[in-house]
Each structure stands twice: as structure tokens, then as C-alpha cells.
Design a protein around this ligand. Structure first.
Ligand SMILES: [Zn+2]
Length: 447
């Protein structure tokens, strides 16, 4: 062997012929919990098995548990990615809901002292949003907003960005800011936001109600975001079932890696978030397919101008299983027009920058560079040629010599903080958890 490092090592990886890239940073996650996935270990191992070495929890879970899990991961006491703790205003403290700007300010000051890394906004009242963003920024907290439909008429993506919001997650707020003939989305008269088939079915109808791609208004919108430094974190995978529910419901990995309890949670229901396919029609899917085309263009145009786009999965809902969803988001960026190298940038360096900048800290991970933390993934096949090789289930390929169909790829090793994890072993642990739950269910049949 040529050049070896001088010091003795705990573990030696022979990566001859393999491909190395920075560990993936998933910019939008939650860890679920009972009843859908009782153990966080299931989620952590799925992430790590897909090379995800850092996650932004928005929120990961409750504030107290997010802090303790983040710290345990930082000490490498658990097999889990590095975590960033984003929380909604008022979470964690005992001084009531944040319903006026002074409260918002007080909560931010409390949050800074109590282990919050950033603020997640929803349909937040504009005066409160402004206080959260301004005070948060002043104290080094990151900001991300899901500009929920119940508040978007008062605060859309460009208005929030003008307040200093860092990251717009999902698509909420973009399309509403670009509407052509309306200032409020023209909902049907019997629109019921709490009925999720209405909620998710109607958002897609915005696709042809906006200033069209390439129009002066469209370009000016993106240019203003670019100037303000807004980050777009689309989480397209979380909406992919809307355009083809059958495809997402029958993913190759569900049988082996999606817990039965998680599949239950995905199954149409009036109660579970994201289980909105009550009576999902071809027309709904067509609306979503049209919507995706416009959304793709928005993201790709923003990227082409130099805007920052980041990979986030928002998994644990809507047939979007942890780890697999992160890789699927990368595939969707390719569909949007990104080159695979740009996708890897969106999955590594871009979110890493977004996590470091509010803290005014130099980059510690997200690129392969001497002096940075050793957060890497190693895969036996070239992800630039086919992103599917990053899926735990790998990519399907016909071996033309043997005539056999093979599964190739799958992350081989995930390295976090210099600690090497065998990704296949992590997946085997996950498969065993799924199998165990299936057996428990077989023993105690449910009605
Ligand atoms: Zn989410």
C-alpha cells in the first residue's frame, strides 16, 4: 500500500474503487414518535444508513428531548446524525403562548439561553414574526418558516424575507406572493382547511394562478430573494404522493424498512396528518403534476441566478419514509433541472452553510476539506451517474453477462465525527425492528 497515515487508527476502510462525498445534511426533519414509529433509534439508523450525518429538526421533537438527543449525539453516545434544534415560538418554556411581540422577544431571549439553535415559524402573525426574526437574528438564531395557508394572506414568502427570514420551507408563500389576479387564493366557498384532502388538494390549484415562469414578475420575485439571501428548502418528496399516490404507496422499501405502524399512519384517515387521500382523484393528481412543473422551474431558475436551495425530506408523513425520502428529494432536484453535482451541493454544503451562518461560525462539515469534521459517506457506485445508488435498497440493474437482475449500491459506510458506521449493518438493524413489529402484530391480531 502507498501512503498511510502516520497514526494508528481504530478502523480501516478499503474504499478502493468507491466514491466519497460529504455526509448529507437533511435540512428539514422530525423524529416522529408513537404511534407511528415508537423508537427514535429506527429513524436515526435509517438516516445514518443513507449517509445523513446532520439534520435540522424543525422541530426534531419537544424542546427538552431535542436538546438531550442533540447533546447525546454530539457526544456520540447514540448512533444518530448531528442535530440542530429549531423550535416554534413558545415551545419549551412555561410562560404561556407567544401572542404579542414582547412575548416573542422574551421567548427568544429564553431560547438562546436554553439550547435552541433556531426558530421555526408557521402561520405567524406578522408583528410577532417580525419580532421573532429580528430578535432571533440579533442573538444568532437561524430562522425557517412554513408559511401556512391560514396566515399566508398576511405574510407571504417575500414579505417574510424582507423581515430577514432565512429559509422558506415547502412552497407555501411563494405561489401566493406571485398570484396574478388575486391577493388571496380563490378557494372554493366550502373550503375547509382542517379537512386535509381540501388542504392538500387545493394548494396545487395555484399552479396556473400566478405570474407565469419567465414573466417579469417571476424574475423580479426571484431576484429580490437572491438579494435578500433567502434559502429555498422545498421538501418536494413530502408532496410527491399528491401527483402519484400509487407509486409512493408501493415503494420498494416499504416491505422491509417501513414499520407497519408507520404504514398505518400513512393510510387514508381523517385524523393522521398527511393521510389525506380520502377520495383522491385523477384530477387531483393532474393538478399536482402541473404544480410540480412550475415548482421545479421556480427552484431551477433560483439556482441558475445563484440562489441557495437545500435538500430536506420532512419524512414520516405521506408515504415518505426516513432516509429514503432524503434521497428521493435529491432525485426530484434532478427532475427540476439540477446537475447531480448541484444536487450534492444542495444536500451538503448549502444546508451546512445555512446552519453555520446565523451563528457566525466557520464551516465545520458539509464539504470534504482538511481541518473539518470527518463527516462522509462512502458508496460503491457513482451517485453522479445514478442517484438511486444512495437508496438503502440500492438501484436495480440487469447484469448482462449473467442475465441476473442485481441491486447495486447502497451507502457502504457513513462516517460521522470520524466514527465509521457500516451502513448495511444499520439497515439490518432497521429490518429487524420492522420484522419484530410484524411478529408482535401476528401474535396479537388487531381487529
Ligand atoms: Zn415538517
Amino acid at each position: 500500500m502507498p501512503k498511510r497515515p502516520p497514526q494508528a487508527a481504530d478502523f480501516e476502510v478499503d474504499a478502493t474503487g468507491m466514491y466519497v462525498m460529504p455526509g448529507i445534511v437533511d435540512d428539514h426533519v422530525h423524529i416522529g414518535g408513537p404511534p407511528k414509529n415508537p423508537d427514535a433509534e429506527y429513524v436515526y439508523k435509517l438516516w445514518m444508513a443513507h449517509g445523513v450525518t446532520t439534520v435540522r429538526g424543525v422541530p426534531l421533537t419537544s424542546h427538552a428531548m431535542s436538546v438531550s438527543e442533540r447533546d447525546r449525539s454530539a457526544r456520540n453516545e447514540i448512533v444518530a446524525p448531528r442535530m440542530f434544534n429549531y423550535q416554534t415560538a413558545g415551545s419549551g418554556w412555561d410562560q404561556g403562548p407567544v401572542d404579542r411581540p414582547e412575548q416573542a422577544r422574551a421567548w427568544v431571549q429564553w431560547a438562546v439561553k436554553n439550547g435552541v439553535d433556531g426558530i421555526k415559524l408557521f402561520a405567524t402573525r406578522p408583528d410577532i414574526a417580525k419580532e421573532l426574526i429580528t430578535t432571533g437574528r440579533a442573538f444568532g438564531l437561524g430562522t425557517m418558516a412554513h408559511l401556512g395557508q391560514t396566515g399566508v394572506a398576511q405574510l407571504n414568502a417575500i414579505q417574510a424575507a424582507r423581515m430577514g427570514l432565512q429559509t422558506v420551507t415547502h412552497f407555501y408563500g411563494h405561489f401566493e406572493a406571485l398570484m396574478r389576479d388575486y391577493v388571496v387564493q380563490p378557494w372554493p366557498a366550502d373550503m375547509n382547511y382542517d379537512d386535509e384532502q381540501w388542504r392538500f388538494g387545493q394548494v396545487a390549484r395555484l399552479w396556473d394562478k400566478i405570474h407565469p415562469p419567465g414573466s417579469p414578475e417571476w424574475t423580479a420575485y426571484l431576484q429580490e430573494h437572491l438579494k435578500l439571501g433567502t434559502v429555498f428548502n422545498p421538501t418536494m418528496t413530502a408532496y410527491a404522493a399528491g401527483r402519484d399516490v400509487m407509486a409512493l404507496r408501493s415503494r420498494d422499501w416499504h416491505a422491509r424498512y417501513s414499520l407497519p405502524s408507520l404504514i398505518d399512519f400513512y393510510t387514508p384517515s381523517l385524523l393522521n396528518h398527511g393521510a389525506y387521500f380520502h377520495d383522491w382523484a385523477t384530477e387531483d393528481e393532474v393538478a399536482w403534476r402541473n404544480f410540480f412543473q412550475v415548482w421545479f422551474r421556480l427552484l431551477n431558475d433560483y439556482k441558475r441566478m445563484g440562489g441557495r436551495v437545500t435538500v430536506g425530506s420532512d419524512a414520516g408523513f405521506i408515504y415518505n419514509t426516513y432516509g429514503f425520502g432524503t434521497i428521493h428529494e435529491m432525485e426530484l432536484l434532478q427532475e427540476a433541472g439540477f446537475h447531480p453535482l448541484e444536487i450534492i451541493q444542495a444536500a451538503t454544503m448549502n444546508p451546512a452553510l445555512s446552519l453555520h451562518e446565523p451563528k457566525a461560525r466557520p464551516l465545520e462539515f458539509g464539504v470534504v476539506r482538511q481541518g473539518l469534521l470527518a463527516d462522509l459517506l462512502i458508496v460503491g457506485e457513482n451517485p453522479l451517474a445514478n442517484l438511486k445508488v444512495l437508496y438503502g435498497t440500492g438501484a436495480t440493474r440487469l447484469n448482462t453477462k449473467t442475465g441476473q437482475v442485481e441491486q447495486v449500491g447502497g451507502v457502504r459506510y457513513t462516517i460521522k465525527d470520524g466514527i465509521v458506521y457500516d451502513a448495511r449493518k444499520l439497515l439490518a438493524d432497521v429490518a429487524a425492528m420492522v420484522e419484530r413489529q410484524k411478529q408482535e402484530r401476528a401474535k396479537a391480531p388487531r381487529r
